[in-house]
Design a binder for this molecule. Structure first.
Ligand code: HPA
Length: 242
């Protein structure tokens, strides 16, 4: 079964034909919210709102381990993680949909592995290609079916938040090779890898990153909200095509 993790702007999917909600507990604590089971078109899916009901959980306070564990326990094998991001590459205008293929992790102090503690063997998962190529290809095929332009690669820089970045931080990230910036891509992606879940990100550019283009002076939340509504409609169309 496939899971959809919804981020900012996608706290629920109206087209989801709901069958049940399930409160799940895990050895790592509680997930962000109950799992929401249903169908999108003919396909069973489970939906999880990353920031919880009412968008109340900060990026660094999300219990990523509990979220992924709960999905695995529910029988999920594939995860599509929807994420709002800033565009570092000026070619990525607000509204652009991107399927990143790489990650650079700038987060700190987050519980980022299941392999720790006295009973756990030291385990180093391979993370050369952090996203599932199969799920990435499925996303791109779905975009083609839905008639939505999509950018087939990108490097997602994961920052700690909740504050936005400085212009100098974004210039550094650009030099590092990041084309997108978001706050929730890690450790979510690596925890999925540790659990053997096929995971890919559907990134939605909602603003130029700090210092880039129209964000030269500041990032306006009004501008972000204006982009978000239409962009999330595109995302849902793509998910239905998926
Ligand atoms: N920076 C970090 N995370 C984000 C941004 C941004 O500019 N936009 C949306 N999520």
């Amino acid at each position: 079964m496939r899971a959809i993790i919804g981020g900012s702007g996608l706290g629920k999917i109206r087209s989801l034909q709901s069958t049940r909600r399930e409160v799940v507990r895990t050895p790592y604590g509680d997930p962000s919210c109950p799992l929401h089971f249903g169908h999108l078109g003919a396909h069973p899916v489970v939906f999880l709102a990353r920031h919880g009901a009412g968008h109340r959980i900060c990026p660094h306070e999300i219990n990523y381990r509990a979220n992924l564990w709960a999905l695995k326990q529910a029988g999920v094998t594939e995860v599509v993680a929807v994420a709002s991001v800033g565009g570092i590459d000026p070619a990525l205008a607000p509204g652009a949909l991107v399927v990143p293929d790489q990650i650079i992790d700038y987060t700190y102090g987050r519980a980022h592995t299941y392999f720790q503690g006295p009973d756990q063997p030291v385990t180093h998962v391979d993370f050369t290609h952090p996203y599932s190529d199969e799920v990435r290809q499925q996303l791109m095929a779905a975009a083609a079916r839905a008639g939505k332009p999509i950018v087939a690669q990108g490097t997602y820089g994961a920052t700690q938040g909740p504050r936005l970045e400085t212009a100098a931080e974004i210039r550094r990230m650009a030099r590092d090779g990041c084309t997108l910036v978001g706050m929730t891509g890690m450790p979510e992606a690596v925890l999925a890898r540790e659990l053997g879940l096929a995971y890919a990100c559907l990134a939605v550019v909602v603003n130029p990153a700090a210092g880039v283009g129209s964000s030269a002076e500041m990032i306006s939340m009004e501008a972000i909200n204006a982009v978000m509504d239409q962009a999330m409609k595109d995302v849902v169309d793509l998910l239905i095509a998926l």
